[in-house]
Ligand binder design. Structure first.
Ligand code: CP3
Length: 343
C-alpha cells in the first residue's frame, strides 16, 4: 500500500507520511524557470506536459509521499465560463459575477470539456509517478470559489461576497448550488483520470458568519463528500476548512464526515487529538513561517508535532502553503526530520 494511503486504512507506521501544500511553486528555482518561459500561470495549468513536469519537480528533489496535481482552484469558475487572468504581483482577477442572468450563462458541461488538459495532466503524472507515491487531486469549496467569483479578486477581504449573503441571498444560494454540482464533476473527473485522493480547499471558511456556516460551508461540503463516497468509497476525501477553529473543526467532523481533516496552523492539534474520532486522519499543521526559520527550529517543530500525533492516523503537512521565500534545503531538512524516527 502507498504510505500516504495507509493512515486512511487506520494503519499507523513508525513515522507519518508527508506532503506539503504548494510543494510545487516559486520557492523552487526549477519552477521559476518554467514560469519565466511559459510567461502565464494559466498556460502552465492548461499545458499537460508543463503541469506534469511542475507536479513532479518537488517529488524528484525531495520524495514526498504524495504529489498534488499542479493546477488552481480558480480553473472551475474559468471552465464554467467566467473570464479569469492571473496578473504577476497581483494575483487572480475575474470579471465579477453581478446577477443571476450572468450566473445562468455558466455551464458545467462546458467546464468538463474546458478542463480536459487538467485531467490529461493527471493521467500523465500518474503514469510518470513511482507506484508508491500517491497523486492528490483537488478543488476549492463552494464558498471559497464564490468569494473569488463575486468579488473578482482577493484584495478587499471579500466584502462583496459577504454582503451578498444578506443583499442577494438568491444569487448566493444558486451560485453555491451550481458550484457544488461543478465541484463534484471536477473531482470525479480527476479520480477517473488517476487521482488517488482528493482535497477540498475552503480557504475563506472563516469569513462566513456563524449564522450561515451551515448553509454555506457544512451543507454544500457534505453534499460533495457524500457524492464522492457513494461513487468512490475507497478514495480518501480530505477537507481543509481553514481557520474555523477547533470547536468548529469538531462540528465539521461530526456533520460532514470527511476521511481526512487538514488543519491550519492557528488550530491547536492537541485539542483535536482527543475530540476528533481516531478514524479521521488529521493532516497539518506546521506554520509555513517556521519553515523559513533555522533548521534547528524546523526540526524542533516537526519533532514536537510527530510526537504529539504518535499512535494516531496522521499526515504531516503545513497549516497553509509553502511560502515563496522558503529555502529549498529547509524542505529537505523537514522531510529528513520526519523520517528520522528519532522523534
Ligand atoms: O499545492 C500545490 O502545490 C498545488 C497547486 C495549487 C496552487 N493553488 C498553485 C498556485 C493549489 C492546491 C492551489 C490552491 C489555491 N489557489 C487556493 C487554496 C489554498 C490557499 O492558498 O488558501 C487559493 C485561494 C488559490 C487562488 C490563488 N492562486 C491565489 C489567491 C493566487 C495568488 C497568490 C499567490 O500565491 O501568488 C494563486 C496563484 C498560484 N496558485 C500560484 C501557485 C503555484 C503562484 C503563481 C505564480 O507562480 O505566480
Amino acid at each position: 500500500m502507498k504510505p500516504f494511503l495507509a493512515p486512511f486504512s487506520g494503519i499507523v507506521a513508525d513515522y507519518p507520511p508527508c506532503w506539503f501544500m504548494r510543494q510545487a511553486g516559486r520557492y523552487l528555482p526549477e519552477y521559476r524557470k518554467i514560469r519565466e518561459s511559459a510567461g502565464d500561470f494559466l498556460v502552465m495549468c492548461y499545458t499537460p506536459d508543463l503541469a506534469t513536469e511542475i507536479t513532479l519537480q518537488p517529488i524528484r528533489r525531495f520524495g514526498m509521499d504524495a504529489a498534488i496535481i499542479f493546477s488552481d482552484i480558480l480553473v472551475v469558475p474559468h471552465g464554467l465560463g467566467q473570464p479569469l487572468e492571473f496578473i504577476k504581483g497581483y494575483g487572480p482577477k475575474l470579471e465579477p459575477l453581478v446577477d443571476e442572468d450572468e450566473l445562468n450563462l455558466l455551464n458545467v458541461e462546458r467546464m468538463v470539456a474546458f478542463l480536459h488538459p487538467v485531467y490529461q495532466a493527471i493521467r500523465q503524472t500518474r503514469a510518470a509517478l513511482a507506484s508508491h507515491i500517491a497523486l492528490i487531486g483537488f478543488a476549492g469549496a463552494p464558498w471559497t470559489l464564490l468569494c473569488y467569483m463575486l468579488d473578482g479578486n482577493g484584495k478587499q477581504d471579500f466584502v462583496r461576497s459577504r454582503t451578498a449573503i444578506y443583499e442577494h441571498p438568491k444569487l448566493v444560494e444558486r451560485t453555491i448550488a451550481l458550484l457544488t454540482h461543478a465541484i463534484i464533476e471536477h473531482l470525479c473527473q480527476q479520480i477517473e483520470a488517476g487521482a488517488d485522493a482528493v482535497q477540498i480547499f475552503d480557504s475563506w471558511a472563516s469569513h462566513v458568519p456563524a449564522t450561515h456556516r451551515e448553509m454555506l460551508v457544512y451543507q454544500p461540503t457534505r453534499t460533495i463528500v457524500q457524492a464522492l463516497k457513494a461513487r468512490y468509497p475507497h478514495v480518501p476525501v480530505i477537507c481543509f476548512p481553514r481557520a474555523i477553529g477547533a470547536h468548529d473543526v469538531q462540528h465539521f467532523d461530526n456533520y460532514v464526515q470527511p476521511d481526512g481533516l487538514s488543519v491550519d496552523y492557528t488550530t491547536d492539534m492537541a485539542a483535536l487529538y482527543s475530540s476528533i474520532s481516531p478514524s479521521v486522519v488529521l493532516q497539518g499543521n506546521l506554520d509555513p513561517l517556521a519553515l523559513m526559520a533555522s533548521k534547528e527550529v524546523i526540526c524542533a517543530q516537526a519533532r514536537a508535532l510527530v510526537q504529539l500525533m504518535k499512535g494516531r492516523p496522521f499526515v504531516m503537512n503545513l497549516g497553509h502553503g509553502v511560502l515563496p521565500q522558503t529555502p529549498p534545503e529547509h524542505m529537505q531538512a523537514l522531510i529528513e526530520t520526519i523520517r528520522s524516527g528519532s522523534a
